[in-house]
Design a protein around this ligand. Structure first.
Ligand SMILES: *Cc1c(COP(=O)(O)O)cnc(C)c1O
Length: 404
């Protein structure tokens, strides 16, 4: 390994893949995070749409503690009652008939892609292997997931392109109609793009996608890892559109409120190729994850939680429109759906996030020079007001800096 000897070892001994903010948090409560020094931050990031019920939700803490004293892990070669209970809840609430539990969103996407190809193969249609995705998408970081999303900066340097993945312009139905054909296995799409910059696919497009897939015998996969589980004010984002149910859907993030858990949901028909031995996971669906998932799903699917998202996000957009009027030199556009809010900025988004951190406000970056506001679904009117005040001062900061 002599050719690597000259490379400096980072002080933290961590692989340098993250652009980390210089902050370390010790404790969280609801929409607040506290640093080691005891400084409070307002959290409009929520672990990137993961802690959907806020930090240290008492019901989830109790569920985790109770389970922790009983059983953490058994192999999937045994029945796991928590999986059966959570699968029942997820399938009762959706189009789906069956569920495969994972530890992450990427693994849910991996399962979805394998399920789709295997479906066609099992029907004797083995030439149907192509998966169509859309520019600006994010589906996770496995080889299949980065090629399904096609973001050039995430595939660069990782060797030959995985065959069978096509990336088309977002929302371009004509390009899609031209690309779909007898070798197409599936279309994968986020009903609202998250990392791509809070871009909602128009509801008519979702309905159109469903019809197009039906016409061509293609499976429709939704990646609702970020936009699902209440974030847009419905349990799943595609429910805003008529007749737009998928065949397969990936969820994760909010499902464990920060505890690692994901799921691939499918109709019985779509999952028909996933027979004994065709897939598996050591940790997926472990008793700890299922205990937290069950408690989280109870709260996420509560009509009061979904009503809060619709109400609070309406107020948030109204306040953000005012902010944009006052700072049209900073905010170019306000977009998104529910509490998946994107601000397209004129100054650099990383610079704006740093200015917001100075005001003790946390948010996420996003493609297209956006910042994303992804607060807990239990955010209050007072917390929206506080976020707006902090955003106002962050706008003033970047404006002063630009003038200096
Ligand atoms: C976060 C995310 C993923 C990946 O999930 P991980 O848990 O990081 O593997 C996939 N798709 C979307 C839309 C996401 O937001």
């Amino acid at each position: 390994m002599s050719h690597t000897d000259t490379h400096a070892v980072p002080d933290d001994h961590l692989m340098g893949v993250y652009n980390r903010a210089p902050l370390a948090f010790e404790r969280g409560e609801g929409a607040r995070l506290y640093t080691v020094e005891g400084e409070a931050y307002l959290d409009c990031l929520a672990g990137i749409a993961t802690t959907g019920l806020g930090h240290a939700h008492p019901k989830l803490v109790a569920a985790l503690k109770t389970q922790a004293e009983k059983l953490w892990h058994v192999s999937n070669i045994f029945r796991i009652p928590g999986q059966e209970a959570l699968a029942k809840k997820l399938t009762d609430a959706t189009f789906a008939d069956v569920v495969f539990f994972t530890n992450s969103g990427t693994e849910a996407v991996e399962c979805a892609l394998k399920t789709a190809r295997k479906y066609h193969w099992a029907r004797g249609d083995g030439e149907r292997v192509d998966v169509i995705g859309f520019e600006g998408a994010f589906h996770g970081r496995s080889y299949a997931a980065v090629f399904a999303a096609g973001n050039p900066s995430y595939v660069e340097g990782f060797g030959p392109a995985l065959p069978g993945y096509l990336s088309l312009p977002f929302g371009d139905m004509d390009a899609l109609k031209a690309a779909i054909g007898p070798t197409t296995a599936a279309i994968i799409v986020e009903p609202v793009q998250g990392e791509g910059g809070a871009r909602a696919l128009p509801e008519v497009c979702l309905t159109g996608l469903r019809a197009l897939c039906d016409d061509h015998g293609v499976l429709l996969i939704y990646d609702e890892i970020q936009c699902g589980l209440g974030r847009t004010g419905k349990l799943f984002a595609h429910e805003w559109a008529n007749d737009a149910a998928p065949d397969i859907m990936c969820v994760a993030k909010a499902l464990g409120d920060g505890f690692p858990v994901g799921a691939c949901l499918a109709t019985a028909a779509a999952a028909s190729g996933m027979t004994v031995g065709s897939h598996g996971s050591t940790y997926g669906g472990n008793p700890l994850a299922m205990a937290v998932g069950l408690a989280a799903f109870e709260e996420l699917s509560n009509p009061a939680t979904l009503a809060n998202v619709r109400e609070i996000s309406g107020y948030f957009y109204q306040q953000l429109a005012g902010l944009q009027d006052r700072h049209s030199d900073v905010i170019a556009q306000v977009r998104g759906k529910g509490l998946l809010i994107g601000l397209k900025l004129i100054p650099n988004n990383r610079e704006f996030m740093a200015a917001a951190r100075e005001e003790r406000l946390l948010m996420a970056g996003g493609g297209d020079n956006c910042v994303r506001l992804l607060p807990s679904l239990l955010f209050t009117v007072e917390e929206v007001r506080e976020a707006i005040e902090k955003l106002e001062r962050a706008c003033e900061r970047v404006t002063r800096k630009a003038a200096a």
